[in-house]
Design a protein around this ligand. Structure first.
Ligand code: GDP
Length: 297
């Protein structure tokens, strides 16, 4: 399918310098290949450009030891830089949920995997951390979405807020807050409504809910296969409601995961988890090394 970066660079460097240090010319040639590899992995063009520029400075003049080829040396430098950019300084899967009951606001476009991811994280908190969790759907326009969350709750043994027809999202949020406090819950999730695209009504609604509960975490759930669109959605949500972390779904697909790099580079938001399938245990903490390896192929 894709040619790996090592293969690409191996070919290029066979024709260039042998041992010693990487020359400016070597690096320039290599960076062209790196840029193509990043673009093929669905990294956005501006990010691929600025990334290769940053790596150029680091790679030029770097010593090439006897045990590796110049191509391998460049791949290592690129890999390390990718990991550094992707990783940031936060612990990926760690949510701020001390001081119970901690509200977690789930936001994103419809179909991105928000409800499924709510169930996945709720399950993880329950099973791994022994937390008492409550989930509430605020999707008043789609009764099916509310039902979906209730069914998920039954599957994973997590309580959901009883559905009261006719309530506004902000009132459901307040009811969830009250219920979470009364019921001794550690965490409560507010699964907000998604739309097919971002609109003002959606943002107003999410802002009202945010102001009513002051979420400890606002997690944006986006489809990792949508590349640049995922990044634009993240910027928009961050501007309007503030995002504390991102979950990239559908990372089980064929894509190379370049959206992760663009997301990090453009928004600066930590990626907390990746979704790896439809099943409720198909969730992993974000692992910068694994994604870096996948981007490089
Ligand atoms: P929402 O509209 O954002 O709440 O999206 P849903 O949670 O209903 O998910 C939409 C579809 O995507 C469902 O069929 C999910 O099973 C599926 N889905 C969610 N996360 C993942 C994932 O990580 N990988 C795959 N392959 N499918 C997923």
């Amino acid at each position: 399918m894709f040619e790996s970066l090592s293969d690409r660079l191996g070919g290029v460097f066979d024709r260039l310098t042998k041992q010693g240090a990487l020359t400016e010319d070597d690096v320039r040639t290599a960076m062209r290949e790196v840029r193509v590899a990043l673009l093929e992995a669905d990294v956005s063009l501006p990010v691929a450009r600025s990334f290769t520029k940053a790596v150029t400075g680091k790679a030029t003049g770097a010593a090439v030891t006897k045990s590796v080829t110049p191509g391998q040396q460049v791949v290592k430098i690129v890999h390390d830089e990718l990991v550094k950019t992707l990783e940031g300084d936060e612990e990926p899967g760690r949510l701020k949920i001390d001081n119970p009951p901690a509200p977690i606001l789930m936001v994103g476009l419809q179909g991105g995997g928000k409800t499924t991811t709510t169930g996945k994280i709720a399950r993880r908190l329950k099973e791994r951390d022994g937390k008492k969790v409550l989930m509430a759907s605020l999707d008043v326009n789609r009764p099916a979405a509310m039902e979906q969350l209730a069914i998920l709750g039954e599957q994973i043994g997590v309580d959901t807020l009883p559905i009261v027809p006719g309530q506004r999202p902000v009132d459901i949020a307040k009811r969830a807050k009250q219920q979470a406090a009364l019921g001794g819950y550690d965490v409560y999730f507010l699964d907000t409504a998604g739309r097919l695209q971002i609109d003002q009504v959606l943002m107003d609604e999410v802002q009202q809910v945010r102001d009513a509960v002051s979420p400890r975490e606002t997690l944006l759930v986006v489809d990792g296969l949508t590349g640049q669109v995922a990044v634009e959605v993240a910027q928009e949500f961050d501007d309007k409601v503030g995002v504390s972390g991102v979950v990239l779904t559908r990372m089980d697909g064929d894509g190379r995961g370049g959206a992760a790099l663009s997301m990090r580079a453009v928004t600066g938001k930590p990626i907390r988890f990746v979704g790896l399938g439809e099943k409720l245990d198909a969730l992993e903490e974000f692992d910068a090394r694994r994604i870096a390896g996948r981007i490089l192929g």
